[in-house]
Ligand binder design. Structure first.
Ligand code: PLP
Length: 397
């Protein structure tokens, strides 16, 4: 029997393979330092948990409208207005099972078979596979350190064909930490309007931004671009609520109702209790977020300084999110115990075996010259892990 060709064409996540190996080693009692985390290491704020208990005790445990409860849609509209200068009505909001689900809904709602979707490289692992799942074609646009991993406008224009439907923008970016300025977004918006493109703007790391930088949503630039943008956001990263599975989109009504319809058949509403908890998160004291952000910033600073002091390694200082992309290109081709390291995956595997440090190979993000380290782990672990990496590099010949 031939099982789904589409399902079989989806690349399994290398991220998961390395983290699974690290977890297994940990369970065997090995002292592994893991830089693989894709989620905050903080606990969900207590007042958010309390709101969930409240919802349960009040019997708010049944189905809700498929696209989410009105209270949460209103809280999201309020947040978008106050923080992002974006005016949306509840009918333009669709609440889903995490931002990943929101992106999938968005692609399902806009793509026809063969449509092209532009994805900047390095990318978040799921973008290409989600695009393929809706029978569209990922078109990659390379970025480099010399432009802080941001796309160059003339290169973007070169990638656009009559089949281009959308571009996925992720600012702040996982894995690079790149954050686009207002001027850069204006140029991208201009191109999107000129070529009749939709922008899927993944803003999930919006709250994790450092130094004097500010997050700007491309949709806030003008009505023309707002009308063709699907804003993606959610509770996972900002509120340490990854397991609660609440993400959302803000878009024009036509796209929103298509996504709501798709979702009504695929999953129905996202978890009812988590929706009520999310209302509390958005309306509650936002100081908890600031505390986490400050801690992330301290860790980032330590990590970047240390990495750049190690011979053979270098990194660009990420402006947002909680990852550092380390350039290992000078080490590719070196050997360990007589075996040549030919790729980021081999580097990550030998590092895990030898020094018990888990990192994500850049290959997973479309660039083999890098490894990604997350700083969503304690400073103590970061220090120990980087010392081990330094020791490992000294052993390479
Ligand atoms: C760039 C990016 N977008 C979306 C998501 C998905 O977030 P959620 O947990 O809300 O599905 C992630 C999670 O790792 C991410 O890194």
């Amino acid at each position: 029997m031939e099982l789904s060709r589409k399902a079989r064409a989806i690349t399994p996540s290398t991220t998961l393979a390395i983290t699974a190996k690290a977890k297994k080693m940990k369970s065997e009692g090995i002292n592994v330092i893991s830089f693989g985390a894709g989620e905050p290491d903080f606990d969900t704020p207590q007042f958010v948990k309390d709101a969930a208990f409240d919802a349960i005790n009040k019997g708010l445990t049944r189905y809700t409208p498929a696209s989410g409860i009105i209270e949460l849609k209103e809280a999201i509209c309020m947040k978008l207005k106050e923080e992002n200068n974006l005016e949306y009505s509840p009918a333009e909001i669709v609440i889903s099972n995490g931002a990943k689900h929101s992106i999938y809904n968005a692609l399902m709602a806009i793509c026809n078979p063969g449509d092209e979707v532009i994805i900047p490289v390095p990318y978040w692992v799921s973008y290409p596979e989600l695009v393929k799942l809706v029978d569209a074609v990922p078109v990659y646009i390379n970025t480099s350190e010399d432009n802080q991993f941001k796309i160059k406008i003339h290169e973007l224009e070169e990638k656009i064909t009559s089949k281009t439907k959308a571009i996925i923008l992720n600012s702040p970016s996982n894995p690079t930490g790149a954050v686009y300025t207002k001027e850069e977004l204006e140029k991208i918006a201009e191109i999107a309007v000129k070529h009749d493109l939709i922008v899927i703007s993944d803003e999930i790391y919006e709250k994790l931004i450092y130094d004097e930088y500010k997050h700007i949503s491309i949709a806030s630039l003008n009505d023309e671009i707002k009308n063709r943008t699907i804003v993606i956001n959610g509770m996972s990263k900002a509120y340490a609520m990854t397991g609660w599975r609440i993400g959302y989109t803000a878009s024009n009504k036509e796209i929103a109702s298509l996504m709501a319809n798709i979702q009504s058949h695929a999953t129905s509403n996202p978890n009812t209790i988590a929706q009520y908890a999310s209302v509390a998160a958005l309306k509650g004291d936002q100081e908890v977020i600031e505390k986490m952000r400050k801690e992330f910033e301290l860790r980032r600073n330590y990590m970047v300084d240390k990495i750049n002091s190690i011979e053979g390694l270098s990194c660009v200082k990420p402006i947002g999110a909680f990852y550092v992309m380390i350039n290992i290109s000078k080490l590719i081709g070196k050997s360990f115990n007589g075996n040549i390291i030919n790729s980021s995956l081999e580097f990550a595997n030998v590092l895990l075996d030898e020094e018990k440090v888990a990192v994500i190979p850049g290959d997973a993000f479309g660039d083999d010259n890098y490894i990604r380290l997350s700083f969503a782990t304690s400073l103590e672990q970061i220090k120990e892990g980087l010392n081990r990496i330094e020791a490992f590099i000294k052993k390479l010949k």
